[in-house]
Design a protein around this ligand. Structure first.
Ligand code: SAH
Ligand code: SF4
Length: 441
C-alpha cells in the first residue's frame, strides 16, 4: 500500500515538472513516505531526516516532506521535533500533494492530517515496473485489531467505484501492463460503503462482483488481490477465483496466530478452525493454490503453549510464504497498554523458531514445482546475473531463467523448473506453449 502511495506521489511530482534524482544529497525536494506498522519502521525516518535537516541549514530552499503513516500519527508533534520540515501529510492526502506543495511554495509550513474524502487521482503514478501495477480499490480499515495502528493512521474505509477501478485498469492494459494487484488493507470490505442496490438479497458491490466486473480488461493477463481477512473471506469469492482464468491461484490471508485465545485478545473475529476451513475450501477448488500469510509472535500474554499452536498451524497448512514479525507496541492501540508484555528475548527466540519452520515448509512447497512447466510472466533482468531474466509463476513464486530482457519483458513464457529453493526457482525456457494454468482450465 505504501509503495502504491509512493508511486502516486512520484507521479504528481513528475507532473509538476520535478525530475527523479538517484542521489538524495542532490535533490531540491525530498519526500519520505513513512510506515509506522512497527517501531523499527517508524524509527527509520528519523535517522534519514537527521542528515537532510543538516543539509537544509546550508541550503535553505531544500523542501522537506514527511508523508505517510508516521506523518499522520505524529502530526504537529513532528514539526515540533523537526521544525525544518515544510510539509507533514497523512496517507489520505497523498493525492493532494500538488495543492499542498503549492501552499508550501507560497511560504507556508503545512500539516495535512485531518480525515478527508479521498479524491480520484487524475495524474499518472510513476510506476516502478512496466509489467505489474498496483491498483487501490479500498482505502482505510474499519477493523479494530488490538495491536494495529492502521485504522488510526489510514482512517475509515473508502471504496473507489468499480468504474474508476476498471478505467485505471484499462489505461494500464493499453500502456502494456500485464498484471494488476488490487489493493486494500481489508480487501474483503470492498464496496460496503458504496451506495448500491441489493441483488438476490446481497449487496451488489463486493470484491467478488468487482472481480467479475474487471476480469476481461484487455491486455491484462493476471489479476491478484491483497490483503484478505479470514473473517470475511467467502466461498463465493473462492469459486469466482477458480472460475475466472485471469485471477491467479495465490491467496494472501494473514492468520496472525494459531491460538484461539490469542486471536480473541487480538480481536480478529475468527478461530484457527475457521481459518483452516477457508484453506481447505480454497484447496478443494484449486488444489495447487499458493497460500501466504502474516503472523505475529509474542503478542502480550502469549504463552509458550499458545505459540506452539502457531507453529502447529504453520506445520499443518504449509505456507508458500509467511511474513513474520515480533509484536511491537504501537501508540494509541489497546494491546500497547496491557501489562503482560513479553521480553525482547522471548520475542526474538519465538521469531527465530517460527522463521526456521517457515523456510522448511516453503522449501517443501517449492518441491512441487520441480520438473513442471510453469507459465512465467517476465518482469525484469535478474539483478545478480544479466544473462538471466526473472518473473513469477501464477502462484507468485519467483523464477530465474536464461533469456534476453529486451525480448521477454512483459511476455508470459513456459519455463521448465530445474532447481527449487525455499522462495525461488530456476528453470529453462521451453517451446511448448502452455495456454492456461492446469488449475484454471
Ligand atoms: N490489513 C492486513 C495487514 C495490515 S498490517 C491484515 O489485516 O492482515 C501488515 C501486517 O503487519 C499484519 O498482518 C501483522 O502481521 C503485522 N503487524 C501489524 N501490527 C503489528 C504490530 N503492532 N506488531 C507486529 N506486527 C504487526
Ligand atoms: Fe490492522 Fe488489518 Fe486488523 Fe485492519 S484488519 S486493524 S489493517 S491488522
Amino acid at each position: 500500500m505504501n509503495k502504491a502511495d509512493s508511486e502516486r506521489m512520484a507521479g504528481i511530482l513528475e507532473n509538476m515538472g520535478f525530475q527523479w534524482s538517484e542521489d538524495p544529497d542532490h535533490a531540491d525536494l525530498i519526500l519520505y513516505n513513512t510506515c509506522t506498522i512497527r517501531d523499527n519502521a517508524e524509527q527509520k525516518v528519523y535517522s534519514y531526516l537527521g542528515k537532510q535537516v543538516k543539509r537544509k541549514h546550508e541550503k535553505p530552499d531544500l523542501t522537506l516532506v514527511v508523508a505517510g503513516c508516521v506523518a499522520q500519527q505524529e502530526g504537529e508533534a513532528l514539526l515540533r521535533r523537526v521544525p525544518e520540515l515544510d510539509l507533514v501529510m497523512g496517507p489520505q492526502h497523498a493525492n493532494r500533494l500538488q495543492d499542498l506543495l503549492e501552499q508550501v511554495f507560497d511560504g507556508n509550513q503545512v500539516v495535512a492530517t485531518e480525515p478527508v474524502h479521498i479524491f480520484e487521482d487524475i495524474t499518472k503514478p510513476r510506476r516502478d515496473s512496466t509489467v505489474t501495477a498496483w491498483v487501490n480499490v479500498i482505502y482505510g480499515c474499519n477493523e479494530r485489531c488490538t495491536y494495529c495502528v492502521v485504522p488510526n493512521v489510514r482512517g475509515q474505509e473508502q471504496s473507489r467505484t468499480p468504474e474508476a477501478i476498471r478505467s485505471e485498469m484499462e489505461a494500464l492494459g493499453q500502456q502494456g501492463y500485464r498484471e494488476i494487484t488490487l489493493l486494500g488493507q481489508n480487501i474483503d470490505a470492498y464496496g460496503r460503503d458504496l451506495p448500491g442496490t441489493t441483488v438476490d438479497g446481497r449487496h451488489k458491490h463486493t470484491l467478488t462482483d468487482l472481480l467479475y466486473y474487471v476480469h476481461d480488461v484487455p491486455g491484462i493477463d493476471r489479476i491478484r488481490f491483497a490483503t484478505s481477512h479470514p473473517r470475511y473471506f467467502t466461498e463465493r469469492l473462492i469459486r469466482a477465483c477458480a472460475e475466472l482464468p485471469k485471477v491467479c491461484e495465490h491467496f494472501h490471508i494473514p492468520f496472525q496466530s494459531g491460538d484461539n485465545e490469542v486471536l480473541k485478545a487480538m480481536a480478529r473475529g475468527y478461530t484457527h478452525e475457521k481459518y483452516r476451513r477457508i484453506i481447505d475450501t480454497i484447496r478443494h477448488y484449486m488444489p495447487d493454490a499458493s497460500i501466504s500469510a502474516d503472523a505475529i509472535v509474542a503478542f502480550p500474554g502469549e504463552t509458550e503453549a499458545q505459540f506452539q499452536n502457531t507453529l502447529k498451524l504453520v506445520e499443518d497448512i504449509g505456507f508458500d510464504q509467511l511474513n513474520t514479525a515480533a509484536y511491537s507496541p504501537r501508540p494509541g492501540t489497546p494491546a500497547a497498554q496491557w501489562d503482560n508484555q513479553l521480553s525482547e528475548t522471548v520475542k526474538s527466540d519465538r521469531l527465530q523458531r517460527l522463521n526456521h519452520l517457515v523456510a522448511l515448509k516453503a522449501a517443501e512447497r517449492s518441491q512441487r514445482y520441480l520438473g513442471r512447466i510453469e507459465d512465467v510472466l517476465v518482469e525484469d533482468q535478474n539483478p545478480k546475473d544479466s544473462t538471466q531474466v526473472m518473473g513469477r509463476t501464477r502462484g507468485n513464486r519467483l523464477v530465474f531463467f536464461a533469456g534476453n530482457i529486451q525480448e521477454l519483458q512483459g511476455k508470459t513464457v513456459p519455463v521448465e523448473i530445474t532447481t527449487v529453493r525455499a522462495f525461488s526457482l530456476t528453470g529453462n525456457r521451453v517451446a511448448t506453449p502452455v495456454a492456461t494454468s492446469p488449475v484454471c482450465a
